[in-house]
Design a binder for this molecule. Sequence first.
Ligand SMILES: Nc1ncnc2c1ncn2[C@@H]1O[C@H](COP(=O)(O)OP(=O)(O)OP(=O)(O)O)[C@@H](O)[C@H]1O
Length: 370
Amino acid sequence: MAEIDIRHVRKSFQNLEILKAVDLSIRTGEFIVLVGPSGCGKSTLLRMIAGLEEVTAGDIVIDGKRINDLAPRDRNLAMVFQSYALYPHMTVAGNMSYSLRLRKFAQDRIAAAIGEASRVLGLTALMERRPRALSGGQRQRVAMGRAIVREPQAFLWDEPLSNLDARLREQMRAEIKKLHRRLGTTSIYVTHDQIEAMTLADRIVAMDAGTIQQIGTPADLYDRPANLFVAGFIGSPAMNFLHARMASETPTRSALILADGPRMTVPETLGLQAGQAVIVGIRPEHIVVGDAAPRQTGVAGKTGTGAGEAIVDLVEPTGMGAIVHFRLDTVVHKAYHLGRADWKAGDHITVHFPTERLHFFGATDGRRLN
Ligand SMILES: Nc1ncnc2c1ncn2[C@@H]1O[C@H](COP(=O)(O)OP(=O)(O)OP(=O)(O)O)[C@@H](O)[C@H]1O
């Protein structure tokens, strides 16, 4: 197991800088997820750690040793790819044992290693099959088995579940998590799927345009996103943003702001100036929606702290609840309502934005204020 240090690592292709001075310290046994939109550079970073891409500048250090110039096979890291990358002409057993045979391990040791890995992954009955006779999920399991038997210092996962259907992805995600609990091997996992990031990671590294935007536990990124990018990327449906400005008449203890909708209370500790522009974020699941007056429920007495009226634009039932799209002024926002939602487009509803659930961001730099 390994501690991996990425120190000021840069990557350029031709003259285009893809990664800009990335710093990241990964602790022994940690499960790190690199997440970000397509093209942000997460796969490139993983491939540099694996030795499949040259490092333009900076150092990659594993357990205190700089490995920039070490050949991939000498790094003792195992990579699992989205495309499985199995040898089609070899059986499952052949694929799993290949790297050990290459390293001239004794037969009994190889048999023990692949026996154990196939038990863990539920592949025992499939050992003589070839990849084309396996389902996508089974193929990915073989790829995982091939990585496990090498007992690497770390696993590098490059979007391993992207080719699987939703149900299988959910199942394999849980298996990867159990596998990590069992083996405790340092893991770096690349995905653009924020649910995978949230469920698997000890710490998430959120990337955008070649830079790290935030490093933290899933709860850190969800509860206290450092900026608008992270706030908008983590969470589904995504966080709502309301453009707001501090009212010029500021009451004593807490000031009010006027957004595209209801007035809200801003914590005094933010130190916002009268007239200052801010962006207020609120997650759909934190908005309380209810019938409009006179059948108003759940919002009584809360007016002035972010309650107001809105018009339903669309209701998407999800089974567990419904995503309620509503219009405040001209802007459409989304609320996640647990339980039945019988509203129709055009209905008037009340929306309440609980003060303690609000996120505040600078209107110019997008940085978190609270
Ligand atoms: N060999 C290459 N030559 C030139 N540009 C490249 C090369 N490999 C990657 N890039 C570019 O580097 C950027 C980052 O690519 P990378 O694959 O790391 O992104 P990513 O975040 O993993 O995206 P995805 O989720 O789509 O795989 C992209 O703009 C890509 O086009």
